[in-house]
Design a protein around this ligand. Sequence first.
Ligand code: AMP
Length: 182
Amino acid sequence: MFLGPPGAGKGTQAERLCDELGLAHLATGDLLRAAVADGTDLGREARRYMDAGELVPDEVVIGMIRERLADGASSAFLLDGFPRSVPQAEALDAMLVDLAAALDAVIAIEVGRDELIKRMLGRKRPDDTPETVERRLRVYEDQTRPLFGYYGDRGLLRTVQGEGSVDGVYGSIKAAVPARAG
Ligand code: AMP
């Protein structure tokens, strides 16, 4: 699992790691953006939250992940952007029990606030306006930060410095992945 604030580079690094290790890449942000682009009911509902920089309701994203994990296609996967709240982490625990699966590692990518703001404003997505960026960072501190304790208490958390070159960060991530993953 990748844990980290918006703008930390989770998506970029996740794609590369999934390619190299043959993992399925499960990114709730990508799944939600696809639903918005397809104009589905779920996409319409999710969009209001995404545009405001808020989290989409837990039951919506939990349902998306449950569906992906239940289809049986992914025996090894990387969760990118999920869970983002304690209720989501608890729901994931229950899903993993059902699958008789376990988390190998939770890799936290840390980037300073100023750098995050610069990166998000540079990528010009609809949910990357100055107001929304502020909101997303606040939501991250309030709702996602508690997961550091949640996974840290279980000895699963590995923190990686996410500033510097993409290759350098990737190297640190690779070093943090336990050998049995993938
Ligand atoms: P991301 O691309 O991961 O930064 O996600 C973009 C937006 O999708 C977020 O700002 C949230 O509005 C929504 N989103 C993505 N993943 C989640 C999640 N696990 N829980 C709630 N909302 C999410």
